[in-house]
Design a protein around this ligand. Structure first.
Ligand code: PMP
Length: 354
């Protein structure tokens, strides 16, 4: 820490991203990236856009907003594109939270919510998940707070049905409800269909997972026109060129190739089913997942032990050392081949212990 760090940030604990190793080649099942490359359309468009990098990107992001809005069945002024969905979430904290509008979210959910709140000095309430890691929608009704709801939730992978999400939105008419749909394409019903019914709903989505574009950093917010206008005021006061030219072009290419994304999601969902069954056969408790990862614990090995032993064997999974999560690991669904290697490694570890 330097002598110059503002006193207001001295206690800030930053978000810890999953490992992104640069040396040894690992099978990476730790950060919920897609095992498939981006659409060839996305790659070709990005390469073409790279030829014009001397120019700023379009601050209105109009072509991409139009294409994304069309895909969502909404109007272009009901969407905003951002530098990953982390940025739209950050903008949502900046735009809709303060001392009089504190935040509320689950005690077990995406780790960035509390980091953003701490960074911006926004008070927040943690709402405990039930013992089985599910959300009780009634806990969120009439909270009088800006609500951040990951649906499906992370790292549990559990989804709330749309009627329960709607109950929460309807139950907080005077506060914004942010529904973070980073993993929605792996089998959850989206709340986008509700944005014309509720002016307090902001849905966030990402191109990082189902569209294989984590490295491009492209996210989006979908909400009524006035919410998006407020978010744009903040965006234009922060970084109007938040989506770079190559990413903008890649996003357009990816949207053109929707079938490619759907096929990849179908494969991942299939592999998720097979992996869940295989892990259960190996003595794991695996939570039924609606995402591109599974959350699992074994009674024959601790969460951290399994993480370390797999790392030694060249496989990275994600471990969280917090009291309610420490027995579990979050395992991203990779290719069939990668999952076969993982399961074989787990079998070997179990044999060595018996
Ligand atoms: N929300 C959730 C629930 C996530 O797990 C992630 C991925 N870490 C994000 C948002 C942010 O993803 P990105 O910034 O890559 O769009």
């Amino acid at each position: 820490m330097s002598r110059f760090l503002s006193a207001q940030h001295k206690a800030l604990v930053p978000y810890t991203p999953g490992e992104q190793p640069t040396g040894r080649q690992y099978i990476k099942l730790n950060t919920n990236e897609s095992p498939f490359p981006p659409s060839p359309h996305a790659v070709a468009y990005a390469a073409e856009a790279a030829k014009s990098l001397e120019l700023y990107s379009d601050p209105t992001c109009s072509a991409l907003c139009e294409a994304f809005a069309k895909q969502c069945g909404v109007a272009p002024d009901e969407v905003m594109m951002t530098n990953g969905s982390d940025e739209i979430l950050y903008f949502a904290f900046l735009t809709f939270c303060d001392d009089r509008h504190p935040a509320a979210f689950a005690d077990i959910t995406y780790g960035f919510y509390s980091v953003f709140a701490d960074l911006l000095h926004i008070p927040y309430t943690l709402i405990p998940l039930r013992e089985d890691f599910t959300i009780n929608p009634e806990d969120y009704v009439s909270l009088g707070k800006t609500i951040f709801l990951a649906n499906p939730n992370a790292p549990t992978g559990i989804a709330l049905p749309l009627d329960a999400v709607e109950r929460i939105i309807r139950g907080n008419p005077n506060n914004v409800v942010v529904v973070d749909e980073a993993y929605v394409d792996f089998g959850t019903e989206s709340a986008v269909s509700l944005i014309h019914k509720y002016d307090n709903l902001l849905v966030t989505q990402t191109f990082s997972k189902s569209r294989s574009m984590a490295g491009a950093r492209l996210g989006a917010g979908i909400g009524c026109k006035s919410l998006i206008a407020d978010l744009n005021t903040i965006r234009f006061s922060t970084n109007p060129y938040n989506v770079n030219r190559m990413t903008m072009a890649a996003g357009l290419g990816a949207l053109e190739d929707d079938l490619y994304m759907r096929e990849n999601c179908r494969t991942i969902v299939e592999t998720r089913g097979l992996t869940t069954e295989a892990l259960r056969r190996l003595g794991f408790t695996v939570i039924d997942s609606a995402t591109n990862f599974v959350f699992a614990k074994a009674d024959w090995i601790g969460g951290n032990d399994l993480y370390l032993q797999l790392k030694e064997r060249g496989i990275l999974i994600r471990h969280f050392e917090t009291p309610r999560l420490k027995d579990y690991n979050r395992i991203t669904i990779g290719t069939r081949e990668q999952m076969r290697t993982l399961l074989l490694a787990i079998e070997n570890i179990r044999e060595a212990l018996s």
